[in-house]
Design a protein around this ligand. Structure first.
Ligand SMILES: Nc1ncnc2c1ncn2[C@@H]1O[C@H](COP(=O)(O)OP(=O)(O)OP(=O)(O)O)[C@@H](O)[C@H]1O
Ligand SMILES: O=C(O)C1=C[C@@H](O)[C@@H](O)[C@H](O)C1
Ligand SMILES: [Mg+2]
Length: 185
């Protein structure tokens, strides 16, 4: 069983907004018998404001600080699947926290992200007159950061969240094996 191999190591899901980190993360947690946390949700609950309101009232930098504070606290716990906000990769200090666990990059073409987020007004960075251009420029800026993940999963249009979760669980053993052998060298 994958959960035996993981020995409580946390799973962190990273990737662009709309790719499915929250949706797939919840399923992974269920399948592993792990707890589930979403850094965006934790921030919204703690601040008692929506992400749009935090960005508008306090600015993106304040939001990013809250995100780092949460990540710092979360990595003290084990047996968690953590869906992160799309911009978690931007701060160098966050990588120190993410590296406590196994990092999974959920990747999808911009066309899929756009379709999923078309009606959604909860992502402040996408409240733009050219959301497609905005998504492309954000992805360009972050691609090399996301690619530092331990596992890279590129999803297709028709794949269900359950199928994506199953695919991630299948790859985990091979990644753990590589990490073990690196530690022995
Ligand atoms: N495999 C999938 N197939 C179809 N729709 C999906 C899939 N995964 C997620 N969705 C839908 O896409 C939207 C975005 O998903 P989700 O909120 O999980 O993304 P996210 O990566 O957590 O985004 P954010 O970074 O903004 O928090 C939701 O409406 C969700 O229901
Ligand atoms: O990609 C991003 O920068 C963001 C993604 C969301 O998860 C939220 O964290 C917020 O809307 C910012
Ligand atoms: Mg999310």
């Amino acid at each position: 069983m994958v959960s035996n191999l993981l020995k409580g190591v946390n799973l962190y899901l990273i990737g662009m907004m709309g790719v499915g980190k929250t949706t797939v993360g919840r399923l992974l947690a269920q399948q592993l018998g792990y707890g589930f946390l979403d850094t965006d949700d934790v921030i919204v609950k703690a601040a008692r404001k929506s992400i749009n309101e935090i960005f508008a009232d306090e600015g993106e930098a304040a939001f990013r600080q809250l995100e780092s504070d949460i990540l710092a606290q979360v990595c003290a716990y084990t047996k968690l699947t953590i869906a992160t906000g799309g911009g978690i990769v931007l701060k160098q200090e966050n990588w120190g926290y993410l590296r406590h666990g196994l990092i999974v990059w959920l990747d999808a073409p911009v066309e899929i992200l756009l379709r999923r987020l078309a009606e959604d007004e909860t992502r402040p960075l996408l409240q733009d007159s050219h959301p497609e251009d905005k998504l492309r420029s954000i992805l360009k800026q972050r691609q090399s950061l996301y690619s530092q993940a331990d596992i890279h999963i590129t999803i297709t249009e028709t794949e269900t969240p359950e199928q994506i979760a199953t695919r991630i669980l299948k790859v985990i053993p091979s990644v753990l094996k590589t990490q073990d052998s690196q530690q022995q060298n």
